[in-house]
Design a protein around this ligand. Structure first.
Ligand SMILES: Nc1ncnc2c1ncn2[C@@H]1O[C@H](COP(=O)(O)OP(=O)(O)O)[C@@H](O)[C@H]1O
Ligand SMILES: N[C@@H](CCOP(=O)(O)O)C(=O)O
Length: 321
């Protein structure tokens, strides 16, 4: 679960006096999520999400995240809209943590997305990339090549506990990616974690995107590769080309990939599979047994990484090369 920091009703009521949020009628912690503590608040006005930013989020990044949601919502993207305090600030403090209130989005995330949902996600991702243009703040991707190397150094010594031979395989992968990573592709604001649990649907209609806490400036096609990894594989590890076609067509209906971006998808997908493998591996090795947060399986992403390694051409993802 993700309520790392508890709040008292008195402190919450006091916190809310800084906002035009109405009277608190009820609140509860939200079990889902891994990074921050989230609460659903009901008031005499609209429901709200309260987020307390936990240790893994750098406070210096908060103006970027909060400002980005504001920028995207302002441009018509359906995402949480931060509520300003009376003094105009978008961030406050509660229980010793930086805290923000954002609008509640209706919808549910899909446990079993189908190809039609992948198409919607592709389209929404491209809309986000377009809406991100002109955002004044920047944030480098802390989870790109340097960040992967640093994460790996923390886990390397114990990697073979997870699977024999992993140490050599990942070291070689990092070297390959460092030597071949594309540099001159179109860049902009990326979501960087657009997994099914961060996309809400009402029926078959996509109703909103959440969780912008990995967003940063990076290659736009890298974000596409994250979605291919997160949306287009089945539980048994098989790549579903129908979903891949739908996701790419949905994306390109708004923002066509150029040929260099399309050709780079295999290596970008290797990188994004490695990125989620490494964060999951680190959590797997360091989260104490009995902790209330759900540990995600690193091997799922190792299998995806191996799949991308043997891709000969982008056509295998379902796009004409
Ligand atoms: N704006 C929102 N509207 C509705 N539900 C939300 C919103 N933001 C977060 N949630 C709920 O909180 C959960 C965790 O949020 P998330 O941002 O993914 O947390 P974390 O960053 O800790 O992973 C989501 O799965 C969702 O149920
Ligand atoms: N999507 C990542 C983990 C981050 O979780 P979120 O709850 O913040 O979306 C993964 O699957 O490894």
């Amino acid at each position: 679960m993700a309520v790392y920091t508890d709040i008292s009703e008195d402190d919450l009521r006091e916190f809310l006096t800084a906002y035009d949020a109405g009277e608190l009628t009820s609140y509860k912690g939200i079990a889902e999520g891994v990074e921050n503590s989230n609460f659903l608040l009901h008031t005499t006005r609209a429901p709200l999400i309260l987020t307390l930013y936990e240790k893994r989020v750098d406070r210096n990044d908060l103006p970027f995240f909060i400002g980005l949601m504001h920028h995207l919502a302002d441009r018509g993207l359906s995402c949480p809209l931060p509520l300003p305090r009376h003094d105009g600030q978008l961030l406050g403090e509660l229980s010793g943590r930086p805290a923000a209130l954002v609008s509640f989005l209706e919808g549910m995330w899909l446990r079993k997305p189908a190809a039609r949902h992948c198409r919607e996600v592709g389209r929404a991702l491209a809309e986000m990339h377009v809406a991100g243009e002109g955002f004044a703040l920047t944030r480098r991707n802390a989870l790109s090549l340097d960040g992967w190397q640093q994460l790996w150094e923390k886990s390397e010594g114990r990697a073979d506990e997870v699977e024999a031979g992993l140490q050599g395989e990942i070291r070689a992968e990092l070297e390959f990616l460092a030597a071949n990573w594309p540099k001159n592709l179109p860049a902009g604001i990326i979501h960087a974690d657009l997994f099914p649990d961060n996309v809400f649907f009402l029926g078959d209609r996509l109703s909103g995107l959440i969780d912008f806490y990995f967003a940063c400036n990076d290659l736009l096609a890298y974000d596409v590769s994250i979605c291919l990894n997160a949306w287009c594989f089945e539980k048994d590890g098989a790549y579903n080309v129908t979903k891949g076609v739908a996701l790419l067509e949905g994306y390109e209906s708004v923002r066509p990939l150029d040929e260099a971006e399309a050709a780079a998808l295999p290596i970008l997908s290797r990188g994004s599979a490695l990125r989620f493998f490494l964060t999951r591996l680190y959590d797997w090795l360091t989260t104490p047994e009995g902790a209330l947060v759900v540990k995600k399986d690193p091997l799922e992403y190792l299998r995806k990484l191996r799949f991308h390694r043997q891709i000969a051409s982008v056509a295998e993802y379902g796009r004409a090369g």
